[in-house]
Design a protein around this ligand. Sequence first.
Ligand SMILES: [Zn+2]
Length: 275
Amino acid sequence: MFRERVSEDIYVFTSEMYAQATAGAVVSAEGAVVIDTLAFPVETQEIKDFLEKQVGTTVRYVINTHYHADHTNGNCFFTHAQVIGHKLCRELMDTVGRSGLERAQAEASDLAGVKVVLPTILLDEAPIYLHLGKKTLQIFPTPGHTADSVSVLFKEDRILFAGDMMMPVPYIVDGDPDDMVRSLQALPSMGLENVVQGHGEVILRGEIDEAVKSAVKYLDIARRKVDQAVKRRKPRESLREISIEACGKPRIALSGVVTKLHTANLLSLYDRMTK
Ligand SMILES: [Zn+2]
């Protein structure tokens, strides 16, 4: 796991085991808040050790940006924390989250000890606020990657933890492309210093507009290409020939995982258009 400080008392942790997934933390005199936990227990344990042993604080809250296992598997290790998430996040973790974890644990021994811990402080359409020391955290819905996606804004620092709304390639298989575009387009006017992506490197102030534009453009091109294929009655499998570069994104990000995400995007867009 890789750790960096993005602002006074705000940290970002990046997984070296799973698709550069990120987690975050803010430390105050009143305790700490963790934003997302990592897929594998060893890495979440490293975050916990850093905060509790090195910094010497207690984690009071864990915020889940959405229900996917690579962001929630570590909830169970923060035994004294209350978990915050979207109402739908709780429902999805309680159903598909539980069955997914069972399947994953049957395959991977390094997930031993992971238990589903559901959010108990919930938001729906309206934002909720958390005050901790001198920091104000605004937690608000940003659907698109999934229906339960939320982002966390540090109001004073202007740092946004965007969850998987922001990734090197937008991933909408479990979500909705129109919602995604709406969520993304709200970012440029927010006056942000940094955007912490759900996967990949932190986006700096001068790069945010371009990152949003590029994500929206990718979705637009991908949709047009799939639409064309559907109109020409091309078989579903032919979509695999549409490269990620042809949709305006490089194939190198997240150690190449983006090409798999891209193909899955195309196939899911096809299924949406043909059902
Ligand atoms: Zn993710």
